[in-house]
Design a protein around this ligand. Structure first.
Ligand SMILES: *[C@@H]1O[C@H](CO)[C@@H](O)[C@H](O)[C@H]1NC(C)=O
Ligand SMILES: *[C@@H]1O[C@H](CO)[C@@H](O)[C@H](O)[C@H]1NC(C)=O
Ligand SMILES: *[C@@H]1O[C@H](CO)[C@@H](O)[C@H](O)[C@H]1NC(C)=O
Ligand SMILES: *[C@@H]1O[C@H](CO)[C@@H](O)[C@H](O)[C@H]1NC(C)=O
Ligand SMILES: *[C@@H]1O[C@H](CO)[C@@H](O)[C@H](O)[C@H]1NC(C)=O
Ligand SMILES: *[C@@H]1O[C@H](CO)[C@@H](O)[C@H](O)[C@H]1NC(C)=O
Ligand SMILES: *[C@@H]1O[C@H](CO)[C@@H](O)[C@H](O)[C@H]1NC(C)=O
Ligand SMILES: *[C@@H]1O[C@H](CO)[C@@H](O)[C@H](O)[C@H]1NC(C)=O
Ligand SMILES: *[C@@H]1O[C@H](CO)[C@@H](O)[C@H](O)[C@H]1NC(C)=O
Ligand SMILES: *[C@@H]1O[C@H](CO)[C@@H](O)[C@H](O)[C@H]1NC(C)=O
Length: 394
């Protein structure tokens, strides 16, 4: 412990030095490479290590195998390199935030961290994590220039948030489950995402991805949403149940959704503004929707053959001709009370809208589609946003 005492510096350390000990909550601040070298004899460092904002030296924490606390470097505009040749575990947070010229993060043995939070690292392009981090409960990586997450290969996670990393070309991990949430957004719009072993997740949200593969996914405790992706199709061959909502919104290239074993969506099912999606026929087993069914877009073929229980509203508005589906399948379901909420089912709509909006049927087609549409429109018009809110909370 003695080498550490020398480098204990103001701020948080004051309280602990006053008592002559370094408590686990104390933070030791490293000012230069000499301070880092002085830690070499300390295999387990009890307490947190902070790299000072003014440090420009490369910091090598060689010799330290475990940090029983956090490792942090924030608001530093001069440091380029942080490394630790022996470090295998950080029991707290590995925090790198606003470190403008940092280009080397070299921890060849690091395998376990409690949480990893990296933000605003505009010069960080690659990681040197030869051993791979396989255990972390929280990962949050934003605003870096990382080209891949190679080196981060966790088996299970509480939250995973990867956003605004404009150069990441692929995100792939052995992840088996996600206990809270997984969110990927605004990374490289060409990013390919693969979680080959993922069995279940609480919530998952994908924005701006180019492909998403979850071949083993069986269930979600909560919700799953796809927004503004450029994926051409999405398939989850083993997915049977979604405990919350399922949404596909504004995925402009999407032509195919395939969920062959899905039987239940416990909240809303929304499929909206997927410009090229002409056909919805990939839900052959779907029986129950615990919230609203809300579809709008350019579909002309919609088949959900097993559907027999929609607890919320039903809104289907399409530019395409779906009158046959409305008349032959959905309307009878509504009449039998299998659709409990407000019912709108209209094709040839000029600007198809979401649940709660009033469809405007185009002139020529309006005559073709007949009075049923007009009736549906009327019943819906008054509900507005209130209707939508109600549908959400069902
Ligand atoms: C960086 O410094 C700014 C201004 O001093 C401060 O507001 C911010 O919280 C600091 N960020 C971090 C991550 O310490
Ligand atoms: C993602 O995969 C597609 C299809 O294989 C490929 O064309 C594209 O280049 C990949 N994206 C990146 C960023 O490598
Ligand atoms: C979560 O995934 C990990 C890795 O696949 C596995 O070891 C663990 O048993 C899983 N936990 C649950 C509750 O499914
Ligand atoms: C899952 O998402 C829902 C809806 O956004 C939210 O209310 C809930 O808190 C989330 N749960 C977890 C564990 O993240
Ligand atoms: C899908 O589920 C089946 C039956 O449980 C299983 O045998 C198969 O390996 C799963 N597929 C994948 C890709 O995990
Ligand atoms: C989520 O679902 C999985 C698989 O059914 C289950 O093992 C896990 O306990 C559930 N988690 C929560 C928080 O409900
Ligand atoms: C990312 O997706 C959002 C919708 O979730 C969309 O508004 C945004 O334009 C997309 N960004 C890019 C760069 O594609
Ligand atoms: C949609 O995707 C599924 C699963 O990948 C595939 O079997 C099916 O042929 C695709 N349908 C079309 C029309 O491409
Ligand atoms: C679909 O697009 C229309 C027109 O751009 C927009 O008003 C509406 O909010 C979008 N719907 C969703 C669910 O994003
Ligand atoms: C329908 O397709 C047209 C032409 O591709 C597109 O401009 C429009 O946004 C699409 N509408 C919806 C609701 O997806």
């Amino acid at each position: 412990m003695s080498p550490m005492m020398r480098i204990v510096l103001p701020a948080l350390a004051v309280a602990s030095t006053a008592f002559g000990i370094i408590s686990k909550t104390a933070t030791s601040t490293i000012q230069n490479s000499g301070d880092a070298t002085a830690l070499a004899s300390c295999k387990t460092f009890s307490g947190s290590i902070a790299i000072s904002t003014g440090t420009s030296d490369p910091i090598a924490l060689d010799g330290v195998e475990k940090i029983d606390g956090n490792l942090a470097c924030t608001n530093n505009s001069a440091i380029q390199s942080i490394s630790g040749g022996s470090l295998s575990e950080i029991t707290g947070q590995f925090l790198l935030d606003t470190v403008q010229v940092l280009n080397t993060v070299n921890f060849p043995k690091l395998a376990t961290v409690d949480s990893l939070k990296w933000n605003a690292l505009p010069n960080l392009q690659t990681l040197q994590f030869n051993n791979q981090i396989t255990k972390a409960s929280k990962i949050d990586i934003q605003n870096t220039q990382l080209q891949s997450l190679q080196g981060i290969n966790i088996k299970s996670v509480d939250t995973l948030y990867i956003a605004n990393n404009r150069y990441i070309s692929d995100i792939s991990m052995q992840l088996g489950n996600v206990t809270s949430s997984l969110t990927l957004e605004a990374n490289n719009p060409e990013v390919n995402v693969t979680f080959p072993n993922l069995i279940w997740a609480f919530n998952m949200t994908f924005r701006n991805c180019s492909s998403v593969e979850v071949p083993s996914l069986e269930s979600l405790n909560g919700s799953m949403g796809f927004y503004g992706n450029v994926l051409t199709s999405f398939s989850a061959p083993n997915l049977t149940k979604i405990g919350g909502a399922l949404a596909f919104v504004s995925n402009t290239e999407m032509t195919n959704i395939s969920l062959p074993l899905l039987t239940e969506v416990s909240a809303n099912l929304q499929i909206a503004n997927n410009t090229k999606l002409g056909k919805i026929d990939g839900l052959p087993q779907l029986k129950t929707i615990g919230g609203a069914l809300d579809f709008n877009g350019n579909m002309s073929d919609i088949q959900i053959p097993q559907l027999n229980d929609v607890k919320g509203a039903f809104n289907l508005q399409s530019t395409g001709d779906v009158q046959k589906e409305c008349d032959d399948f959905f309307k009878p379901l509504k009449n039998k009370g299998k659709i409990q909420g407000k019912f709108v089912c209209v094709g040839s709509v000029a600007k198809p809208g979401g649940e709660g909006t009033t469809p405007t049927v185009t002139g020529a087609s309006a005559k073709k589609t007949g009075a049923a549409s007009t009736l549906n429109v009327q019943s819906n018009a008054a509900m507005g946003l209130m209707g939508l809110a109600a549908a959400f909370f069902l």
